[in-house]
Ligand binder design. Structure first.
Ligand code: ADP
Ligand code: TRP
Length: 327
């Protein structure tokens, strides 16, 4: 870890298998940035507890996510990889943030409003989610936080909270910057909506070839025939080509769409081949990693030591500033 570099921090909840939206929207960014920053990447297991409430599933998901990070290209020598639950100080800081935050402010959070709109029975954890996320970010002195578009507001909440704490108690926290994917659009799922586990339109990043084939070949399209000109921007298959094709392949495909030289079946077959080209090596790597969970566990323990040390230091200052350290 090189302390002269800026600090990058990001995390994903272990709620199930990583999908193409998580990968291109968040994980790929911090993998691509890992040589430039001092990296802290974690598994947001207690955030996942708002939905994952079964011990076996939780354990499995944690190991799976860590293996996915590594298989997708996160280099252990470059990154402090840890799980959130190992840093108890985060939850202490989350409480302090709760006490300086008003209910109406949290009621304005998009994620909470969406959950309310869907009429879900919302637990307190879901409501309070942004405060725990602010603690994750601020306790590690993060400079940049690469996340998907839907998490941008949460990083803004972390900034507001840092500002508020610093104003009330004195300077403790840096202002983190969110980093978003360039075209500012969410990755679309098989139905053209934002890809999300909640919409059942995901493509798992580490799916087997057979699973990929099943999903790709059943992507809904319109009823245009092979020779009909097609608008690539209106096609769910083409939206996925944008992620997996090279720029030459993409311009050839776009031309064939417009001229009516390609049918959806062929387009899907090409998509499947280019997905498999990217996914095969990382799928194999992940399967190898999963054969040795004790390696993953020890890596997470090592990471926790480093992340904890930083968190303890920050909390020593915070306790002084709020007055609970009476020495
Ligand atoms: P989901 O919506 O499937 O439950 P998560 O909320 O667990 O996904 O998201 C994990 C990370 O992946 C977040 O940083 C999020 O912004 C990003 N992400 C998820 N879906 C997409 C998408 N469709 N496009 C871009 N980024 C996404
Ligand atoms: N809320 C993020 C998500 O749903 C996960 C997360 C928790 C996170 N704490 C974080 C991301 C801190 C970046 C920084 O994906």
């Amino acid at each position: 870890m090189n302390t002269s570099k800026k600090v990058l921090l990001s995390g994903v909840k272990p709620t199930g298998k990583l999908h193409v939206g998580n990968y291109f929207g968040a994980v790929k960014q911090f993998i691509d940035m890992q040589d430039t920053y001092d990296n802290y990447v974690f598994i947001a297991d207690y955030h996942a507890m708002t939905t994952v409430q079964n011990a076996d599933t939780m354990k499995q998901n944690i190991i799976d996510l860590a293996a996915s990070y590594l298989a997708a290209g996160l280099k252990p020598e470059n990154v402090c990889l840890f799980k959130q639950s190992d840093i108890a100080e985060v939850f202490e800081l989350g409480w302090i943030f709760n006490c300086i935050t008003t209910m109406p402010y949290l009621e304005r959070a998009h994620a909470y409003k969406d959950a309310m709109a869907k009429n879900k029975e919302i637990n307190v954890g879901t409501f309070d989610y942004p405060m725990l996320m602010a603690a994750d970010i601020l306790i590690q002195d993060a400079d940049v936080v690469p996340v998907g578009l839907d998490q941008k507001q949460h990083v803004e909440y972390a900034r507001d909270t840092a500002e508020k704490f610093n104003r009330i108690f004195g300077q403790a926290f840096k202002m983190p910057e969110p980093i978003l994917i360039k075209d500012l659009e969410s990755i679309r799922g098989t139905d053209g909506q934002k890809m999300s586990k909640s919409y059942n339109n995901t493509i798992e990043l580490f799916a087997t070839y057979e699973e990929l084939k099943k999903v790709v070949m059943s992507i809904p399209t319109d009823s245009k025939g092979v020779a009909d000109p097609k608008n690539p921007d209106e096609c769910n298959v083409f939206a996925l080509h944008k992620l997996f094709a090279t720029s030459d392949e993409l311009s050839t495909l776009g031309g064939r769409y417009i001229k009516g030289e390609i049918g959806y079946k062929e387009s899907k077959e090409i998509l499947l081949a280019s997905m498999e080209r990217m996914i095969l090596p990382i799928r194999e790597k992940k399967n190898e990693l999963l054969k040795n969970p004790s390696y993953i566990i020890s890596l997470l323990e090592e990471g926790a030591k480093i992340a904890k040390e930083r968190a303890v230091k920050k909390m020593n200052l915070v306790r002084k500033l709020v007055g609970t350290d009476i020495k």
